[in-house]
Design a protein around this ligand. Structure first.
Ligand code: ADP
Ligand code: ADP
Length: 227
């Protein structure tokens, strides 16, 4: 699903080495945590996968294709194949749950007659069918993040990237969101979660990649938080 071969990302001007000769791969259907201190390179990794940044050296393949093939208009195709969830849920506050989720389908050009079934399936996956008509402000923070996950998966992307998805949540809501991400994974989507949440990484065990100063220092198939 993702393959990095000797990837280095050095930001221009400051010449910060955000990723240093990173070689790793994530297979189809995996659930993987990406951990590391602030500044270790987690967001840079996500940015490279989404082609928001270009590597200084090395090769990246995403969903079977080298990133260099996703040029011009095909960059949009790449991003359509990747669902994203961030710490801030970025919901449209004037739209209710189902319209926020359907928004992705509008943007990606899915015919409108397919929307209800797709939206309902996504809301079922995150356990929020009963909140279809609620506005974001009528939902708890955890529920809002679950709507954001539904929005990210409604077009059935093969890959979901979540960057600190529980960063704004209390422990209980964090666990709920983690369970939802596992649910998404069980339905076949490859999931990568960049996180600082030690308790979650220790509780819900999955392969864990640890970055330190842009280098991959640990790849633990059974998980665990070792910083
Ligand atoms: P993390 O997500 O693990 O906190 P980042 O990938 O955001 O780490 O950052 C890795 C390093 O790259 C840090 O030293 C950070 O200051 C630097 N960095 C991140 N984004 C930029 C940027 N746009 N320009 C210059 N340096 C950056
Ligand atoms: P938490 O404190 O866990 O973040 P909230 O107190 O915000 O949760 O919400 C608890 C429940 O009440 C949620 O199911 C949410 O949907 C509902 N809720 C919160 N605010 C409103 C509101 N203004 N109108 C209707 N339902 C609400």
């Amino acid at each position: 699903m993702i393959e990095f071969r000797n990837v280095t990302l050095e930001y221009p001007v400051t010449r910060t080495l955000a990723l240093d000769d990173l070689t790793m791969s994530v297979g189809k259907g995996e659930f993987v945590y990406l951990v590391g201190h602030s500044g270790a390179g987690k967001s840079s990794f996500m940015n490279l996968v989404l082609k928001r940044a270009l590597p200084t050296r090395g090769e990246i393949r995403v969903v079977g294709e080298p990133l260099t093939r996703y040029r011009g208009r095909r960059t949009a195709l790449l991003r359509r194949r990747i669902g994203t969830v961030f710490q801030e849920n970025l919901l449209l506050e004037h739209l209710n749950t189902q319209d926020n989720v359907a928004f992705t389908l509008r943007v990606t050009g899915v015919p409108q007659r397919e929307w209800p079934a797709r939206v309902n399936a996504a809301l079922r996956t995150v356990g929020l069918e009963h909140k279809k008509h609620a506005l974001p402000l009528q939902l708890s923070q955890g529920e809002q993040q679950r709507v954001a996950i539904a929005r990210a998966i409604v077009s059935d992307p093969p890959l979901l990237l979540a960057d600190e998805p529980t960063g704004n949540l209390d422990p209980e809501n964090g666990r709920e969101v983690l369970k939802v991400l596992q649910n998404v994974n069980l339905r076949g989507t490859t999931v990568i979660v960049a996180t600082h949440a030690r308790e979650l990484v220790e509780t819900f065990r999955h392969r864990t990649l640890t970055l330190r100063k842009g280098k991959l220092v640990r790849d633990d198939p059974y998980g665990g938080y070792a910083l």
